[in-house]
Ligand binder design. Structure first.
Ligand SMILES: Cc1cc2nc3c(=O)[nH]c(=O)nc-3n(C[C@H](O)[C@H](O)[C@H](O)COP(=O)(O)O)c2cc1C
Length: 116
């Protein structure tokens, strides 16, 4: 099966693909940048697995997304739903076509959210 079909099936089944690695010291981080592509209107389901694997209460999540034209779609509200105790900063949505040349946008965003 092609990646795009596997991704669609995972989305349709609301799957939680198993991750191969775990962050052992997540408690050491106050701020987490979550970077992912928009797949079928939201995060890849593996990112759902990631967000459900830790307690993000009291932490700050900074969403950075690439997309093919539809921006954040449902991803921000899905992050909020999975991490109700987290503070979600303003996100940055980059069109995949601009990913190689978006340094300035990333820098501006990092400054806006106080990470630079
Ligand atoms: C399985 C799959 C589903 C996608 N679904 C969407 C979508 O719903 N909305 C959208 O704007 N882009 C969608 N895209 C386009 C990706 O978001 C875009 O190609 C990606 O962010 C660019 O990063 P990449 O070069 O790593 O693929 C999809 C891409 C794939 C592979």
């Amino acid at each position: 099966m092609k990646k795009i079909e596997i991704a669609k099936q995972e989305y349709n089944e609301n799957a939680r693909p198993e991750l191969t690695e775990r962050v052992e010291n997540m408690e050491a981080y106050d701020t987490v940048i979550i970077a992912f592509p928009n797949w079928w209107t939201t995060m890849p389901m593996a990112v759902f697995t990631f967000l459900e694997s830790y307690d993000f209460s009291g932490k700050t999540i900074c969403p950075l997304i690439t997309h093919g034209g539809s921006g954040f779609s449902n991803s921000l509200k899905d992050i909020q739903r999975l991490c109700p105790g987290a503070r979600i900063t303003k996100g940055l949505a980059i069109n995949g076509d601009d990913a190689a040349t978006c340094d300035k946008d990333v820098e501006k965003w990092l400054k806006q959210i106080g990470l630079m």
